[in-house]
Design a protein around this ligand. Structure first.
Ligand SMILES: Nc1ncnc2c1ncn2[C@@H]1O[C@H](COP(=O)(O)OP(=O)(O)O)[C@@H](O)[C@H]1O
Ligand SMILES: [Mg+2]
Length: 1078
């Protein structure tokens, strides 16, 4: 439930009461609900349980007990503040904010002044609590610009006061060394509009001395650590605190947990917010610096034993900082001036006295400056009530943050005062608590049963009574002429109050207790326990003496602050100034008056351990504090009658479900409803009382039983409500879904329907137009056929796009509609040109040469010779032979362009002989092995004859007049087309190739003529016929079988089959011409 509480205001409402159920784990939130309320062990156990769960706050009725967590808890956020704002005290878990809010609301609704008293040991968290409450008001109270400024000042006065009034002690790194009571003024709207601070008994002795492990007031260290170079130079200070005896008495000038530099910045900023101008700050810091310089003033004794100042430098600084004459100050430090019988007597001081005077001056200057500071802050906080002077338009809420009970190993005057103060506060507390209890009973009409409690008035009297009280005796001893000492004071005490039951000294004690008391000690039995005080220093501290000549010097100071602190009237006033104890007593009694006039709330702070550690719960220490704070006493008073009380409305609202008559609504008065309810629950007569507005329940167990019953009831109610809610919720959800589904469905159907109808309409329209267009298709373009024609055109172009010919050999082309014939033709040409262009771009020089030859071959042989087609797919090679070296030599400068093996048929008998045919640039050579047999210059080559059949025979006609020639040459080559083409080209005889049908005539030599007859047959046959002719039976058209395998003719050729094939089909077509022209 605690965690649920974090989640929202509804959760919060549950917390307080629901924690009753979780009481076993987190303890009770209000000690009055402890079954065993007289047991200290049970009390501490409850604290421990809650502390372990980080629940640091617990109530005793309306008193808040707080245990210092020594760690940051996430419970002070703005959201937390909001949660506590305007919520009934008991509805939320215990918190500072609940107390703060409760006081604030009483202040607003009843217009009665309030005060919150925060007490506890040093380090228990009082100052933190004060700050948190102030923050709460700053955040939650209504605001305006002017109010913001006041809020700021209220908050910012804190760091300044803490710098000057707080110090590191063994107990607390930021211990307040003065008591503080702060009034916050609220206007009729509830906005904070002003404030006022009262300070009590600053521990001045700290200025000149600190115990081991403690420090002087923060401001000194902050100034040295944070002050700018220039400022320190002006003040004549060095950064190192070790230079100043006043700062290092405790041997811990630097503390890791304190960041003086940062704090300095905070203080500096705060000073300007609370209206300090640069001059004020300079004056103030001059005083702080002068205290440090005073600490460095040293003395030496002259021959007479009189003190002399040995540190002239310090005097110079002091004179400047305090605005006094250096020589006067020097003299004042080593002399004392007394006025006896109207005459001034000046006498020198010895070393000890001089040191005393110096320290007294330091303390006085610092102490008075602190009071001045408080005054100055008060001025900046004061609310100017101009509208209706005399008519109080504001209400006041006071916050008291004052030292708690202090018990040390060695207790002195300061502890005496502090503990006396606590004694007074306890008295007030008891009085007010009892009073308010009694008042409540009275107002509720319930009989008051007297409560037994310890009244500590007897101790207060022991301290403050006139003539007989300790303070009176102390003052008397201080005033009386003669040699009064601390010891004579103790003797006087023994004499005067020896019979007091709360007073004890070594002399007065019995044998047993005497051992625990020194001869210079006295013991007081405070309400919270006994404390032993040492009398040494009591007289001095009470006198708080500052020699007259030092006072005079200060009165003449030109430092405005010092000047205000030391008034001239002090010098002329014949009356002896009040002693410290009396001053304190008087201010306390004033404080009591102030507090009595207000409605109090209490926060009791407890420190869980001495080592400032989180999560450590030291039982001995806590028991001690529970005792000193009188918490058990408090609980006893609060529980004397009834453990629990609640307004009828609240009680009924919470528990009405437990009774059929009050559930779910009770119509009548809440009072009657509760009566019916408790009767139904079976409360016994002695267990409760019915007041005017509240029910009072005597024992926690009665309440717990009711609470448990509620828990069970809640379960069943919750189940029922859940079931009903779920059913309702599901039905709603279903309805909603159904409705949505139907809506979506109908919308979607509509959409679909509309789309379909539109499509149909479009289709009908299109078909109609199409048909009409078809009918009118041969008419000139008109409205009727427009669509159709466009469509046809479009579909032709689209189909063309899809079916464009892939290469030049692809003759396919879609048939165009009549209207596009011309365009189609153009497109086709374009397309073809494009393909050809693309192809041509890829042609290299070798390929071009090849093509050239093929073109010539085509010119010569195409459609004229039967074996021409077979030659087409075969590439023409540059040579088909290796030529013998001797031949090469014989050829000399002739370069061979082509060589091929041939068969030569000689003239006589046509015998076949293997020869080689070479072409050079000028002639044809017939070669046998290494010997050139014949040379035919191209000039002598008159023609070439072949048959139209598929044989490979050819005849070279040679000029007959040439003597060297023996007539025409009959040759056969397996590559006749290639050979002849090359020859025709080399010899430029393309037009001289004759293709003959039937037979070829040729010259055999010496005018004789030979004839070759060609016939076609099934097998190649070349032979001499009986008629002397050479008969050639050409084989089937095609190559000789040994040349037909593709591997053989393509071997070692760097041209791919596909190229050849492409070329072959290409050449067979008319594009040859086109290529020829490239
Ligand atoms: N509510 C708190 N949450 C966290 N830390 C706290 C709380 N109260 C006190 N402290 C710690 O304890 C230290 C001493 O608290 P402080 O209020 O200065 O003690 P006191 O004024 O009673 O001497 C604080 O400096 C802080 O570290
Ligand atoms: Mg404090």
């Amino acid at each position: 439930s605690r965690y649920r509480a974090e989640s929202g205001s509804n959760g919060i409402r549950m917390t307080m009461e629901s924690a009753l159920t979780a009481r076993d784990r987190v303890g009770v939130q209000d000690f009055v609900l402890l079954e065993n309320f007289t047991s200290e062990a049970a009390f501490i156990e409850n604290l421990r349980k809650r502390f372990k769960e980080n629940l640091i706050y617990t109530y005793i009725g309306s008193v808040l007990v707080s245990v210092n967590p020594y760690k940051e808890l996430e419970i002070y956020s703005k959201q937390h503040m909001e949660r506590y704002r305007g919520v009934s005290f008991y509805e939320v878990s215990p918190h500072l904010y609940a107390i703060a809010d409760n006081s604030y609301r009483s202040l607003r609704t009843e217009r009665k002044d309030q005060c919150i008293l925060i007490s506890g040991e040093s380090g228990a968290g009082k100052t933190e609590a004060t700050k948190k409450i102030l923050q709460y008001y700053a955040v939650t109270c209504p605001a305006s610009d002017q109010v913001e400024m006041v809020k700021d000042r209220l908050l910012q006065s804190n760091p300044v006061l803490e710098a000057f009034g707080n110090a590191k002690t063994l107990r607390n790194d930021n211990s307040s060394r003065f008591g503080k009571y702060m009034d916050v003024q609220f206007d009729y709207r509830g906005a904070p509009v002003g404030g006022h601070i009262l300070n009590y008994l600053l521990e001045k002795s700290r200025v000149v001395h600190q115990n081991h492990g403690e420090r002087n007031f923060h401001i000194f260290y902050q100034l040295l650590d944070g002050g700018e170079e220039e400022l320190l130079r002006r003040l004549g200070l060095e950064k190192n605190p070790q230079q100043y005896p006043y700062l290092v008495k405790g041997h811990c000038a630097r503390v890791s947990s304190i960041n003086d530099k940062n704090d300095w910045k905070v203080v500096r900023k705060a000073l300007s917010i609370i209206n300090f101008n640069d001059n004020d700050v300079e004056d103030l810091l001059s005083i702080v610096a002068s205290v440090l310089h005073l600490g460095n003033v040293q003395f030496a004794a002259d021959e007479q034993g009189n003190a002399q100042v040995t540190t002239e430098n310090q005097i110079k600084y002091l004179a400047r900082l305090l605005g006094v004459e250096g020589s006067i100050l020097r003299e004042a430090l080593i002399h004392k001036k007394i006025i006896a019988k109207g005459e001034e007597l000046v006498s020198p001081l010895n070393l000890e006295q001089a040191a005393y005077a110096r320290d007294a001056l330091a303390k006085a200057v610092y102490g008075r400056t602190f009071s001045w500071l408080v005054n100055k802050i008060n001025k900046s906080l004061s609310y100017k009530e101009t509208e209706f002077p005399g008519w109080r338009s504001t209400t006041v809420l006071g916050l008291l943050d004052i030292y708690g009970f202090e018990v040390f190993q060695h207790n002195s005057f300061e502890q005496f005062c502090i503990n006396y103060c606590n004694e007074k506060l306890q008295q007030l507390f008891i009085e007010l608590t009892l009073k308010s209890e009694q008042e409540e009973y009275e107002s509720e009409g319930i009989a008051w049963e007297p409560v037994q409690y310890f009244d500590n008035k007897i101790i207060c009297d022991l301290v403050e009574e006139k003539f007989k009280g300790i303070i009176s005796i102390l003052d008397e001893e201080c005033l009386r002429p003669g040699d009064a000492t601390d010891m004579t004071f103790l003797e006087k005490l023994e004499e005067t109050v020896k019979n007091h039951p709360h007073f004890l000294t070594h002399k007065l004690a019995d044998q047993k207790t005497r051992k625990s008391l020194g001869r210079e000690e006295f013991r007081l039995l405070h309400y919270a326990g006994e404390v032993t005080y040492s009398v040494s220093g009591f007289l001095d501290k009470n006198n708080d003496l500052l020699f007259r000549n030092l006072k005079e010097t200060m009165c003449n100071s030109e430092n405005p602050i010092v000047n205000q602190c030391f008034e001239r009237t002090e010098l002329t006033d014949k009356k002896r100034p009040e002693t410290a104890a009396t001053q304190f007593k008087n201010s306390l009694s004033k404080l009591m008056e102030i507090l009595m006039s207000k409605e109090p709330s209490y926060i009791r702070c407890i420190k869980p351990n001495d080592s400032k550690q989180a999560g450590k719960f030291v039982e001995v220490l806590i028991r001690h504090q529970v005792k000193y704070l009188g918490l058990m006493e408090n609980l006893r008073v609060r529980r004397a009658g009834f453990a629990y009380r609640r307004k009828y409305e609240v009680f009924l609202q919470r528990y009405k479900s437990l009774c059929p008559e009050t559930w779910p609504v009770w119509d009548g008065r809440p009072h009657d409803g509760v009566a019916v309810l408790v009767k139904y629950l079976g409360y016994k007569q002695e267990e409760y009382k019915m007041g005017r507005t509240k029910i009072f329940i005597r024992f926690p167990k009665t309440l717990f039983a009711t609470e448990d019953a509620l828990e069970i009831r809640k379960q069943s109610l919750a189940t029922k409500i859940q079931a009903a809610w779920r059913g309702f919720h599901q039905r709603q959800k279903f309805q909603h879904m159904k409705h949505s589904a139907i809506t979506i469905q109908s919308w979607w159907r509509g959409t679909l329907g509309r789309r379909k109808a539109a499509k149909k309409k479009w289709a009908v329209e299109t078909i109609r137009r199409f048909i009409k267009g078809f009918i009118y298709r041969n008419y000139p373009r008109c409205a009727e056929n427009e669509y159709f024609l466009d469509y046809i055109r479009y579909s032709f172009l689209m189909s063309l796009k899809r079916n464009l010919p892939r290469n030049v050999l692809d003759k396919s082309w879609p048939t165009p509609p009549p209207s596009l014939c011309e365009a189609s033709q153009l497109l086709r040409q374009l397309c073809m040109q494009n393909m050809v262009w693309r192809y041509c771009k890829r042609i290299n020089p070798e390929w071009k040469q090849q093509l050239d030859q093929k073109v010539i071959a085509s010119e010569i042989f195409k459609d004229k010779k039967d074996n021409y087609p077979q030659s087409v797919p075969r590439l023409f090679l540059d040579t088909r032979l290796d030529i013998n070296a001797k031949v090469l030599q014989a050829l000399g400068s002739e370069t061979i362009k082509y060589a091929v093996p041939v068969i030569k048929y000689d003239r006589k008998g046509y015998k076949a002989r293997a020869r080689q045919l070479l072409l050079t640039q000028t002639a044809v050579f017939i070669v046998e092995e290494a010997k050139i047999k014949q040379r035919i210059d191209y000039a002598n080559l008159t023609g070439i004859s072949v048959s139209s059949l598929s044989d490979n025979l050819f005849v070279l006609h040679v000029h007959c007049e040439d003597n060297k020639q023996k007539g025409d040459v009959v040759l056969q080559s397996d590559h006749a087309i290639e050979t002849l083409t090359k020859m025709a080209m080399s010899a430029d005889k393309v037009d001289n190739v004759n293709i003959n049908q039937g037979s070829i005539k040729f010259t055999v030599g010496q005018g004789k003529e030979g004839i070759i007859d060609f016939t076609s047959g099934s097998e190649l046959l070349i032979a001499k016929a009986k008629n002397g002719h050479l008969t050639v039976v050409s084989g089937p058209s095609g190559f000789p079988p040994h040349l037909c395998s593709p591997s053989s003719h393509l071997q070692a050729q760097d041209c791919s089959v596909s190229c050849v094939t492409a070329l072959s089909s290409w050449i067979q077509n008319s594009y040859i011409t086109f290529i020829g022209s490239i």
